[in-house]
Design a protein around this ligand. Structure first.
Ligand SMILES: [Zn+2]
Length: 386
């Protein structure tokens, strides 16, 4: 079966650790990384999506909300099927190789090196066809029921010789996804490697640049595909800011949650919508039961808002705040093309660097975790200075 790919998009977080690997910001998780990658496809491509497959090796502990959040944030029909798969690079390539037109496959790696990629199956200039599947069991990493962290069987030689080498087989790979760059150089001299990701996002990053034989590897398992042609890829990769060793707040704090108000606010908050009065046209953000202009009760419909904005006012909080990593900046921003303003945390930039008048975008982020429940909303991402 030959699968055509209509559009590609890749996303790298705006932070890097001491080794130079990208890491998610304090307000990012699998859900927001998936939305960031998929948003890059653009509204026209997203309008053709009728199914979503998410692949990650490291799901959020609370991934139960993934379908509702991702569909609202991308403006898709809330009835669109969403499938969540556990796996690394071979699982993503497998998902792509069996994708019907209209299927959006998203691969997310939330740990360093962190990355996300989105590929939409449909008529387009890029084709992939399965070449081979190799399966050996080399379980160097495992997690028993009740474990909170992986157990790693620390024998790199075993993994290389019995796992990766056999998974790669004699394939004449053009590009290898799922292994560190230096190992690809030793195992398959002449092949390219995906440097930015080693798990589920890696095959999608590879599709953007490398026609030929793509081999996706994890432990002793590989899936390979012949890749021909190309499609444009929207790549988001800001110049990384240095990330601190941890985003944990200095003083942990449990913030209470009201699930009733969470549920009421979800569509407006995650879909980025204001209330618009049917009687007088007045818009309110957040939506209100009573119109502030004409006094009408329950007269508001939800309307989608533009995602571009500019800083009206900004403040940087340097005092330690329980439950938050600091320092951080908060901005009141003017929403483009409207008379509305909103309060938003500044994201993807070092605290104190945003200035009044700076243009930017409102992006979906995990704005808080309340009683263990992720609370999603929009943060202001200043446009990168060139
Ligand atoms: Zn009104």
């Amino acid at each position: 079966m030959i699968v055509q790919i209509a559009a590609l998009s890749t996303y790298l977080p705006a932070w890097a650790d001491a080794r130079g690997h990208r890491v998610p910001g304090p307000d990012e998780d699998v859900t927001t990384l998936a939305v960031a990658a998929a948003t890059g496809l653009g509204a026209d491509a997203l309008a053709t999506v009728d199914r979503i497959v998410l692949v990650t090796r490291r799901p959020d502990a609370t991934l139960g909300t993934f379908p509702e959040i991702v569909l609202q944030a991308l403006g898709l029909d809330p009835g669109t099927p969403v499938e969540e798969r556990l796996g690394g690079a071979p699982a993503t390539l497998d998902a792509l190789l069996s994708a019907a037109p209209g299927t959006l496959v998203i691969g997310v790696d939330p740990q360093a090196p962190a990355a996300a990629g989105a590929a939409l199956a449909g008529p387009g200039g890029l084709s992939i066809e399965r070449a081979d599947t190799v399966r050996h069991s080399v379980p160097v990493r495992s997690r028993a029921a009740g474990d909170t962290a992986d157990r790693v069987y620390d024998d790199p030689r075993l993994l290389r010789e019995r796992g990766w080498k056999r998974a790669l087989g004699g394939a004449d790979a053009t590009v290898v996804a799922g292994l560190p760059v230096r190992d690809v150089g030793k195992l398959v001299p002449g092949a390219d490697a995906v440097a930015e990701a080693v798990e589920a996002a890696a095959p999608i990053l590879a599709l953007a640049h490398h026609p030929g034989l793509l081999v996706a590897v994890e432990n002793g398992h590989s899936v390979s595909a012949q890749v021909t042609g190309s499609v444009p890829c929207a790549a988001t990769a800001r110049t990384p800011n240095p990330a601190p060793p941890t985003w944990e707040p200095r003083t942990p704090a449990e913030i209470p949650a009201s699930l009733a108000s969470y549920e009421r606010a979800l569509e407006a908050k995650v879909g980025w919508k204001a209330g618009e009065c049917r009687e007088c046209g007045e818009r309110s953000l957040p939506p209100r039961a009573r119109c502030l202009s004409c006094g009408g009760m329950e007269t508001q419909d939800l309307v989608a808002l533009p995602r571009s904005a500019a800083v009206y006012s900004v403040v940087t909080v340097r005092a330690p705040v329980p439950g938050k990593h600091g320092p951080y900046s908060l901005a009141v921003v003017d929403i483009a093309g409207t008379s509305l303003r909103t309060l938003a945390a500044v994201t993807d930039a070092e605290a104190g660097t945003a200035r009044i008048g700076d243009p930017g975008a409102l992006v979906l982020r995990r704005v808080a975790v309340r009683a263990g429940i992720p609370d999603y909303g929009y943060a202001f991402q200043p446009e990168e200075q060139s």
